[in-house]
Design a protein around this ligand. Structure first.
Ligand SMILES: Cc1cc2nc3c(=O)[nH]c(=O)nc-3n(C[C@H](O)[C@H](O)[C@H](O)COP(=O)(O)OP(=O)(O)OC[C@H]3O[C@@H](n4cnc5c(N)ncnc54)[C@H](O)[C@@H]3O)c2cc1C
Length: 450
């Protein structure tokens, strides 16, 4: 006789593990089974920069991230901060008056959607406010608060409801808690889903085992397209390749107290003539001119840690289907990112002659055209999506899982539920009414916020 499960979650990345926790612990679903051929969180979720923010250009994402952060803060207390959740914020920096105006406008919009008040030039900065935005309209105001920035700054935007945490430790805590509530992790792969009378009836695993279940949740990350195809559902998603580099900052050049720092202006790296010829010979033309993609980074680990991590997606790769193994970036990636970061944090020029030890990793983020996730029922009864969670999957995992839980348990849905349904595309005018330029994606080329 086939084994029974209250729900099968396909995928043990951060989305699947959070869903498993939600169903087993919060909804009391019996015998939740998570299936994954890989160790939990090991494909994409452990490659993340693990940052969170409630700064987005539309109400549904502001609401979802606010809710997700509320849940994360509850878990932080419950777990005795097992996953080291910080509240250091995000700082968007610019040397361009037009960009500063755009940042301020974006903060106003996000504020109207519920992300908190907008303050100017450090007003109330000392009051320990935990949410909203600080707009720094002069270099003096900005450098007064963040003295390690380049003196080429003109101003910036500080997002208070933001920071980072260890996604892996959050995942471990959620999985362990779910296990204590009867959930099980099986090392296997969902290869087929049986539908009877228009509803999910069982999941077939590669090992040949069949699990009888009324619900399958597609949390298969970069493979969620294939999984949805098993039940005849087509997902309008693409895979975008992202890498990050972690440096061992042995000279102590990166400010440990810094928030997530983002330089929002194009960067032109001052390569020597010799370096320029070498880069041209290697076909790395993207690095020779203006790099329009933002460069960003943050300290990693506690105050005594020597590490910081940084990103710049200067060679964007977007494809319908990911290719495996995850391609590595070009060999200049650490050097280019370090030089780009130096434009914002000049103390990093100390590494100009000798780059410190670094480690590069990356993965695919799965996105829809308008960069909103796919969360909720799709196709046959009992089939649910929690995918297309883009470059914000770690920060929304708890809110997304809660939303799947509401759908699955037939509970009242939050106001943002409809924005994330696959059925939104049934409206032929839906996409043309969306903002496809400012989608809230930080790593996007020329990610101006208006
Ligand atoms: C460089 C980089 C930086 C990032 N920075 C941030 C950040 O700062 N903040 C943030 O919130 N997000 C960030 N992200 C995005 C975040 O990492 C992703 O959104 C998130 O990890 C996706 O999680 P997932 O569970 O959907 O996918 P994954 O972690 O890829 O997990 C999917 C799992 O499904 C399994 N699977 C696939 N098919 C099947 C099947 N048929 N049966 C069973 N299992 C299956 C896979 O083996 C895999 O383990 C970043 C991503 C990258 C690459």
């Amino acid at each position: 006789m086939a084994r029974q499960a209250g729900a099968v979650v396909a995928g043990a990345g951060i989305a699947g593990v959070a869903t498993c926790y939600e169903l087993a612990v919060m909804r009391g679903v019996e015998d939740v089974i998570v299936v994954d051929p890989r160790p939990p969180l090991s494909l994409t979720s452990d490659k993340s920069s693990e940052c969170y923010r409630n700064f987005f250009p539309n109400k549904s994402m502001v609401d979802l991230t606010n809710r997700s952060i509320d849940i994360l803060e509850g878990m932080k207390d419950q777990s005795n901060d097992f996953f080291n959740m910080s509240r250091k914020g995000y700082l968007f920096v610019t040397g361009d008056s037009q960009q500063l105006a755009s940042l301020e406008k974006a903060a106003q919009a996000s504020s109207e959607f519920g992300a908190g008040p907008v303050r100017v030039n450090g007003e109330a900065a000392a009051l320990g406010e935990k949410t909203g935005f600080d707009v720094y309209q002069t270099p003096e105001a900005l450098l007064g608060r963040f003295p390690y920035l380049s003196d080429e700054v003109l101003g910036g935007l500080f997002v208070r409801r933001g920071g980072w945490f260890s996604a892996q430790q959050l995942g471990a805590w959620m999985l362990e808690t779910a296990r204590r509530h009867g959930a099980e992790l099986i090392v296997d792969e969902v290869v087929d889903i049986e539908i009877v009378g228009g509803a999910v009836s069982s999941a077939l695993l590669r090992s040949g085992e069949r699990i009888s279940t009324p619900a399958v949740v597609n949390a298969a990350g970069p493979m969620s397209h294939q999984l949805a195809n098993l039940v005849g559902v087509d997902l309008p998603i693409q895979a975008s390749l992202h890498h990050k580099v972690t440096f061992r900052d042995h000279l102590g050049a990166f400010p440990r107290e810094a928030p997530m720092l983002l330089w929002t202006d194009p960067v032109r790296i001052d390569w020597s003539d010799e370096e320029r010829s070498a880069l041209a010979a290697e076909g790395l033309d993207e690095l020779l001119g203006e790099i329009a993609t933002p460069v960003f980074g943050r300290p990693e680990g506690g105050v005594a840690s020597p590490f910081f991590e940084a990103l710049c997606n200067y060679r964007p790769v977007v494809q319908d289907e990911p290719t495996w193994p995850v391609p590595e970036p070009d060999f200049m990636f650490p050097e280019a990112v370090m030089r780009g970061m130096s434009s914002m944090v000049p103390s990093l020029t100390r590494y100009r002659e000798h780059l410190p030890h670094s480690a590069v990793d990356g993965g695919y983020v799965m996105k829809t055209a308008e960069n909103l996730p796919l969360i909720g029922p799709a196709g046959p009864d009992g089939f649910y999506l929690v995918t297309a969670i883009s470059g914000y999957g770690v920060m929304i995992c708890t809110g997304a899982a809660e939303l799947v839980g509401c759908h699955l348990a037939g509970r009242e849905l939050p106001n943002y539920a409809e924005s994330f349904l696959l059925s939104r595309y049934d409206n032929p005018d839906y996409l043309s009414a969306q903002d496809l330029v400012d989608t809230g994606e930080l790593a996007k080329k020329g990610a101006r916020t208006s």
